[in-house]
Design a protein around this ligand. Structure first.
Ligand code: GLA
Length: 375
């Protein structure tokens, strides 16, 4: 679903009034991770791309002294006096992303002016496709309204909004990709230095996300548990972060910690191997290996995601598949030869429907550019 600037401005005017030229449109994309899963919070390497699915925030000025926001996704509306934003408490819903970003902007010296916002996201929520970061980044651009900000500051500010106010201890990947991605390329990110480089992608290999439609409460607690386990493993090994550990060191860890750390260390090698690989066959095998590691060592998969990966393996033209994002539900990412995409869609839908009675959604992912004003 891609919205035109005019249709977004019209919808904004219908809600908030004003004339077309006064309505600014900002877009920030969701993202899909190809490899480097659950390694950004241990200073690892991530390979990801922005999606053409994005969150759109339209903005016009108002003279009410308030920040007013409507979410087109659920029809809910919120208003706060801008002067009260620094002391607003979390509502534990979508509006926390808006307020969290506003608070961080205040803190960073970018006061929020009274404005009307309309938020409309095409990124499926909770699917592991970076929907929260897309809202945060598009909101930040709308609240900045043309004021310049260094990209790294924008990324970190949005991440802090999520960590401190929305209550999710995420790493830096989603915001980084949403801000800095380049159309047509993957992005390899070094999460220690925040340096990145583009990696070209062949047009004959399609990247497809398949949404299991599973949304699990276990996601957030599982994520927190993995962060704590990684911290414990790091301390036991005496390394700066798990990124610096070797497989030999990891073998000395007890019980589940060993598997958690092995995933982080082996995933780092997979990212480098993927970038250096010649063709889709080798790259696809790395995706399957990543899934096995996330399932067996890191324990963030679920039966539905395992089923989608097993189904993918049995379909012609598929090179590789694995869960993507935080896990415990959400999507798999699949590398499929372009000519086989229709067959893949048909078979994965039929197979999953037969197994779970659920129709999965399939998204063709085309590497898109990062966040930007649209008007
Ligand atoms: C979520 C977080 C990211 C990253 C992934 C797992 O998407 O927002 O920072 O940790 O999970 O790779």
């Amino acid at each position: 679903m891609i919205f035109t600037t005019e249709s977004l401005q019209d919808a904004h005017r219908r809600k908030w009034g004003g004339s077309g030229a006064d309505v600014k449109v900002y877009r920030a994309p969701g993202r899909v991770n190809l490899l480097g899963e659950h390694t950004d919070y241990t200073e690892g390497f991530v390979l990801a791309m922005a999606l053409d699915l994005g969150c759109y925030v339209t903005r016009s000025k108002n003279a009410s002294g308030e920040l007013r926001v409507i979410s087109e996704n659920n029809g809910q509306e919120r208003r706060w006096p801008t002067s009260a934003l620094p002391v607003v408490q979390p509502m534990h819903d979508w509006s926390d992303y808006i307020v969290g970003v506003a608070k961080e902007l205040f803190r960073a010296g970018y006061p929020v002016e009274p404005a009307n916002l309309r938020v409309h996201s095409a990124v499926p929520m909770g699917a592991g496709l970076g929907s929260s970061a897309a809202i945060e980044v598009a909101t930040a651009l709308a609240l900045l309204d043309g004021r310049a900000i260094p990209a790294v500051e924008l990324i970190q500010l949005c991440r802090r909004a999520e960590n401190r106010f929305a209550g999710a201890p995420c790493g830096v990947t989603d915001q980084f990709v949403s801000v800095t991605a380049e159309a047509g390329s993957l992005l390899e990110i070094d999460c220690r230095t925040l340096e990145s480089r583009t990696v070209s992608w062949p047009e004959d290999i399609a990247i497809l996300a398949v949404d299991s439609m599973v949304r699990s409460e276990a996601g957030l607690s599982g994520y927190r548990a993995r962060i704590a386990e990684c911290a414990e493993a790091r301390e036991r090994l005496g390394v700066r972060s798990l990124r610096d550990a070797t497989l030999e060191q990891v073998a000395s860890l007890p019980g589940e910690l060993q598997g958690r750390a092995r995933h982080v260390v082996s995933e780092k090698a997979r990212v480098h191997a993927f970038v250096a690989a010649d063709g889709p066959a080798e790259r696809g095998q790395l995706l399957y290996a990543s899934h096995a590691s996330l399932r067996d060592d890191y324990a963030v998969s679920c039966a539905e995601l395992d089923c989608l990966v097993d189904l993918a393996r049995s379909i012609d033209g598929v090179y590789g598949a694995r869960l993507t994002g935080g896990g415990f539900g959400g999507c798999t990412v699949n590398l499929v030869e372009v000519a086989h995409v229709p067959g893949f869609e048909e078979k994965i839908k039929a197979g999953y429907q037969a197994a779970y009675g659920i129709a999965p959604r399939v998204y063709r992912c085309v590497p898109a550019g990062g966040a930007a004003p649209q008007s």
